[in-house]
Design a protein around this ligand. Sequence first.
Ligand code: SAH
Length: 471
Amino acid sequence: MLLTITTTHMPADDLGFLLHKHPAKIQSVALTAGQVHIFYPEVSAERCTVALLLDMDPVALVRNAGPQGSDFALEQYVNDRPYVCSSLMSAGIAKGLSSALNGRCKDKPELIGVAMPFTVRVSVLPVRGGEALLQSLFAPLGYTINAVQHPLDPAFPEWGSSRYFTVELTHTLTLQQLLSHLYVLIPVCDNSKHYWVAKDEVDKLLQKGKDWLETHPARELIVRRYLKNQRVLANQVLEVLFQHEGTNVQEPDNIAEEDQEPTSLPIHERRLQAVRDELLVAGAKRVVDLGCGEGKLLKLLMTERQFGYLLGMDVSYRALEIAKDKLKMDRMTDKQRERIQLIHGSLTYRDQRLEGFDAAALVEVIEHLDAPRLKALEQTIFEFAKPQLVVITSPNAEYNIRFENLPAGQLRHGDHRFEWTRKEFETWATAIAVRYGYHVSFKPVGDADPVVGAISQMAVFSQPVPQPGLE
Ligand code: SAH
């Protein structure tokens, strides 16, 4: 696993002083699960490149990984960790380049504050959230991003894209800024469950994020992912970041402490988190949850300050009663109550209350409608309500053969009217996108099996942003 950093700052070989690493030497630093080798593939006054080669020890990784949980028994031994740029690269940067990361330069301290042109190349970066996520993380910091997404298997193009990218980032900034961005954002892209977050990660994140995280538009997503969605830890960081804004991070209070450990997250929780991430990345503020059921997504979204107004709608009174209870709506302050509302309604009728939202989510809803009613649902959402973003999830029927107790041909849930293969779902969603002028992309939810795909599937529809001067 290779990461290179190139500069053309003159004289470029000053990089050696900044890194405290002599350009003529190869140096190796031991990590808890492997080593990082640091060397210079090119050195001249015009151009200098340093390379970090991560040499992982997968067995040590398993031994040192801390609590694990997986639905695939051999996953500890068969996984992508040795081949990708992950939190281990952050560990490599912290250990191998600690002086530069902490802004120290013994021999030429005058270089510390100098902004230099840098190009970073990461040979394989897992990105859960695709190119949109890369853009939302790096573009606000001023980077130009060049990303190539790799297919799952070049021999089977119909399997689609993998989550692996070769990424090139270009920017002019200090080396310390560059390294602190990489240190934090590499694990955020990866969002893997393969490491255990210790309590001291809170301090590390605050320290490495100093000067840039507080003002980053995706700061909540960054903090939550970096800390593996452990809400207690994430909120500690967010409290610090938001202290100047004088508001509480967690509203409403008393959100159940279940599901703290993402390694054992049930699939529905992963689905909800995937939808939340899409909404966060898109910058949505006003969100409507259509077919909100018992309010699970709303509850998750309430913990994110980005979402200024949330509306839940469902056809079932009973579900809405439960949602009201679970969200503790009776005990909300006036301010909290202004932020969330539940309404009774059906997706098959035009409804003006659904207009004016940045985003709509439909989590495992469409398969509850009789197929002929879907046309009406499409109109309600895409013709009349017209949010900028629509996120729809639905079961992937191909995955059903993996359920041992589900007889072939049977649906997963008594109230499901249909379950679609990836092709059926994509055909349906693409036709909608074409008809109503949206862009649509598809993502697996849950770990993707190379043959049958993931347990659930997600379509993300977005309206093209009008380009000034192109109309
Ligand atoms: N989105 C929730 C619930 C999914 S279950 C969650 O992820 O937890 C499907 C929900 O869709 C049910 O609550 C059901 O009442 C609702 N639903 C079914 N048909 C609907 C319709 N026509 N309009 C609005 N909601 C509907």
